[in-house]
Design a protein. Structure first.
Length: 203
């Protein structure tokens, strides 16, 4: 196998794997979820961020960010009704970016600790927490600065406090579920998380 053929084969494998994992993430995000009964709203998925973080671990942050962006754009298309609630073009753009494009694209950063922390389970846990916090910040800012202006809450809370409770109510368990599932799956699937099954050199 020549180097060119080897590289082409790896690229095709990366694209196919990414497409499959984006599909799995979409199914988990849209169809395998539950409402958070203790929260003001939002839902909890069965670790929908994990397939996208797995892409970043196996293929690097660049591919992870690209795949997460594709996932984010799919979420935006499915949630375009929410964007239309904006009363100005600026509000609609802010909703699109904060609640969808940036919020879900950050999942591609889930592998940045892979080569920075020697304990790989700790590296995975750190990545999950990081992207969960980043996504929460996006939703928190959107809820505070945009949604509260569109629909002031009826609970007598400030926009910031309401957004903190609303988004924290589902994002915290979302991260905890992903942590539990990710760490449970890491040991039996360690070679796949670390990409040890991928050929590194052309024969």
């Amino acid at each position: 196998m020549t180097q060119v053929t080897h590289n082409r084969s790896l690229t095709i494998r990366m694209m196919v794997e990414s497409a499959i994992l984006i599909g799995i993430a979409t199914v988990l995000n849209e169809f395998i979820k539950m409402d958070a009964p203790w929260a003001f709203g939002g839902s909890i998925t069965l670790g929908s961020m994990l397939p996208l973080i797995l892409i970043a671990w196996r293929w690097g942050t660049r591919q992870g960010l690209f795949s997460s962006l594709v996932f984010a754009l799919m979420q935006l298309l499915m949630g375009v009704k929410n964007v239309s609630y904006g009363q100005t073009a600026l509000q609609m753009l802010a909703i699109a970016f904060l609640d969808y494009i940036i919020a879900y694209s950050v999942y591609g950063l889930g592998g940045i600790f892979k080569d920075r922390i020697s304990n790989k389970m700790a590296a995975l846990a750190s990545g999950i927490v990081l992207v969960g916090v980043l996504r929460f910040i996006c939703h928190f800012v959107s809820g505070w600065m945009i949604w509260d202006a569109l629909w002031p809450n009826d609970k007598g809370l400030s926009g910031a406090v309401y957004s903190l409770i609303y988004n924290g109510g589902y994002m915290l368990p979302e991260v905890l579920v992903a942590l539990a599932a990710g760490l449970l799956l890491f040991v039996p699937l360690k070679k796949y998380w670390l990409g040890e099954d991928l050929p590194r050199q052309a024969a």
